[in-house]
Design a protein around this ligand. Structure first.
Ligand SMILES: Cc1cc2nc3c(=O)[nH]c(=O)nc-3n(C[C@H](O)[C@H](O)[C@H](O)COP(=O)(O)O)c2cc1C
Length: 402
């Protein structure tokens, strides 16, 4: 087991900008555009804007782009225009994968079920959670998932993975983080079940492990399979490193994954833990309506805890995973320049994932390739997070062009 204090020797440190493999996939570099819900789909179908979004990132030089959050079931969406896996969505998704491939990049599909982060009001369908709970976003309640729901959702992940493979995705990223359904099953404070899906860590982990196994079986090594998992939920009583490390070791031992992408935070209870930096409460409130909007404006500063931004902000936690695991890992969180990429490689991470810096400048990787000293223009103001329901973008870019 590698020691945290001894990074990979310089001679074996890979070049982040050189070609690499991720499971069965050859990529032109080790940079993955991490999922940022694009907010440009209508009627839960691919649009030209969605294709253009990923073509811009592909043209900009990443090794692989990730199409954000494609729900495995209609009630697992965070809003009703979000794509869920079904035959009608497939021609558009095929058009998207072909367009990205023409740029030289690979393309990954993030699949999952939002569980308590789903918006039942918008979906027009009741949302499910490990245990019944109020859902402030939907101004309603989530019902406790039944045994049938659990089996159905596990199977739906396999079906989604099969469809993703068939329409040309190179990788499947299973969303096991941010207190979406699988992550909320892992969370001791959201999962209050007394059956075999709750209680001990091995019980709480069972749902996620069964999903990963289902996806592994469905894809049979033909595409890469990645899991995005929480190292910490960031909330009192939530999943913490002691258990998330053991959970990651279970995933490694199960042997269905080509890589794990390490994240943290709760879209439900502590969203800023994901991002760090400024909290644009007013802009986020404007995306809501009625009483939710008012509530956010009045109480947002209590809900949205602020965390100072720093480059590679998940590095300290992630290095503990590097020490405990031998499988490939993706470092995420505050990677914005060549220095950060190289630090990640020296620490022994095989890939880096980047989100906000590529929203600010989709061509950042090409610019770094040309000049390694290039710095990102992203100022982690997080106004992009407030733009997700009207077409995810960096509003500073729009302002500059206005
Ligand atoms: C606008 C926006 C939308 C996001 N949507 C998703 C998403 O759909 N799925 C997901 O797993 N993470 C999502 N994230 C989180 C990012 O993938 C990433 O984990 C986070 O921004 C930290 O990376 P960064 O420091 O490179 O921005 C989103 C982030 C932003 C800024």
């Amino acid at each position: 087991m590698p020691d945290i204090a001894s990074p990979v020797p310089a001679t074996t440190t890979p070049n982040p900008l050189a070609p690499a493999r991720l499971g069965p996939v050859s990529m032109r570099n080790r940079i993955i555009k991490s999922a940022t819900f694009e907010g440009v789909t209508r009627n839960a179908l691919v649009t030209d804007e969605l294709v253009d979004f990923h073509v811009a990132v592909g043209t900009g030089g990443v090794g692989m782009t990730t199409v954000a959050y494609l729900a495995v079931a209609p009630e697992g969406r965070t809003e009703r225009d979000q794509i869920y896996w079904r035959p009608e969505a497939l021609p558009g998704l095929r058009r998207l994968t072909e367009a990205v491939h023409a740029t030289g990049a690979k393309v990954s599909a993030q699949i999952g079920h939002a569980g308590p982060v789903a918006n039942s009001r918008s979906n027009g369908l009741p949302s499910i959670a490990p245990s019944a709970r109020p859902n402030p976003l939907a101004m309603g309640f989530d019902r406790a998932a039944t045994e049938d729901d659990i089996v159905r959702v596990i199977k739906a992940h396999g079906d989604a993975a099969r469809m993703a493979k068939d329409v040309g995705f190179d990788a499947i990223e299973i969303h096991l983080g941010h207190n979406y359904l699988a992550s909320s099953f892992l969370s001791p404070n959201i999962n209050r079940r007394r059956d075999s899906w709750g209680g001990s860590l091995s019980n709480r982990a069972q749902f996620a492990r069964r999903i990963v196994a289902e996806v592994g079986d469905a894809t049979a090594g033909e595409v890469a399979v990645i899991a995005k998992m929480n190292m910490a939920d960031g909330v009192p009583g939530g999943l913490w490193l002691d258990e998330s490390l053991r959970f990651a070791q279970m995933l490694e031992a199960d042997g269905h994954l080509d890589a794990i992408e390490l994240t943290g935070g709760s879209s439900l209870l502590d969203p800023m833990y994901l991002f760090r930096g400024d909290v644009p409460i007013r802009a986020m409130a404007e995306t809501q309506s009625g009483i939710v909007k008012l509530g956010m404006k009045m109480f947002g500063r209590f809900v949205f805890k602020q965390y100072p931004y720093q480059p590679l902000y998940f590095r300290d936690h992630a290095r503990q995973f590097r020490a405990a695991l031998t499988m490939p890992l993706v470092l995420l969180g505050g990677v914005t320049d060549h220095d950060g990429m190289t630090t990640a490689m020296r620490d022994g991470f095989e890939y880096v994932a980047m989100a906000r810096a590529l929203l600010r400048e989709p061509d950042l990787i090409n610019r770094i390739q040309k000049d390694l000293a290039t710095t990102s223009l992203c100022i982690h103001c997080n106004l992009c997070a407030a733009s997700i329901f009207t077409g995810t973008r960096c509003p500073l870019v729009v302002d500059a062009r206005a």
